[in-house]
Design a protein around this ligand. Sequence first.
Ligand code: GDP
Ligand code: MG
Length: 222
Amino acid sequence: MAVHNLRSYDYKVYVTGPFQAGKTTMIHTLDPDTISVERKLRDQYRGEESTTTTGFDLGRVIWARKSAESAGLIIPKNEFLRERDEYYAWLAKEVELRGVPGQLHFKFVRDTMRINSNGVLLIVDSSDPAMIGDASAILAETLAAFGNLPMVVIANKQDLPESAYPFQVSTWLGVRETIGMSAKDKESCKDALILLLRKIEGVLMNRTSRTPEESTLPFQQI
Ligand SMILES: Nc1nc2c(ncn2[C@@H]2O[C@H](COP(=O)(O)OP(=O)(O)O)[C@@H](O)[C@H]2O)c(=O)[nH]1
Ligand SMILES: [Mg+2]
C-alpha cells in the first residue's frame, strides 16, 4: 500500500470578506470536517448594542491533479486520506483554508491569521450592495497587508435572483476581475479555490524557476 507523507500545509489560503459574506459556508462546503470556532459576543454593530457571532474556520483540503497542467480536484483531507490509494501517483498539495472574522473591528484577529499565508480569497455578498463599504475597507486592509500576494475576489450568492453580476462587483470594488460563486455549490467553490491555487503556483514557479513536477515533488515521498 502506498503511504503518502504529505508535508503540512503546502499552501495556506486566507479567506476574508465582510461579516455574512459566506466565508464559513464556503469552507464547510469544501471540507465538511472544518473546525469552526464561533462565539457569541456583545457587540457594537452600526451603533447598536447587540449580540453577534464571530469566529474563525479552519478547513483542510487536498488539491489533487493527475498532472501539473490539469485543473484537478479539491478533496476534503479526511476523504483523501481514506481513499488515498485511488490517488496514487497524482500530484497532491495540502491546502489550509483560514476563514477570519469579517467585522471591521476584529482586525487584530485577521492580523494574527495572516501569518505565512500564500494567497487570499476575498468573498463579497453580491446580493447585498449595502455591504460594499465594508468590502472595500477589507479589500484596502488586505491589499495594504499582503502587498501583491495572489488574490481572487469572489462575488458570492450568485444563486440569489437579486445578486449583482461579478463584473458589477468588480466595478463597485475597483478590481480587475471577480469570479462568481455560490458558497452552497461545491463545484463553484472548487473553481474559485483552484483559480487562486494556480495563481499561487504561478508566483512560486516564477520565483524558484522550478518545473511544475519539481515544485510538487514532496508528495511523492514514500
Ligand atoms: N443563498 C445563498 N446563501 C448563502 C451563500 N453563502 C452563504 N450564504 C448564507 O449567508 C449567511 C452568512 O454566511 P456565512 O458563511 O456564515 O458568512 P460569514 O460571516 O462570511 O462566515 C448564512 O445564512 C449562509 O447560509 C450563497 O452562496 N447563497
Ligand atoms: Mg463565519
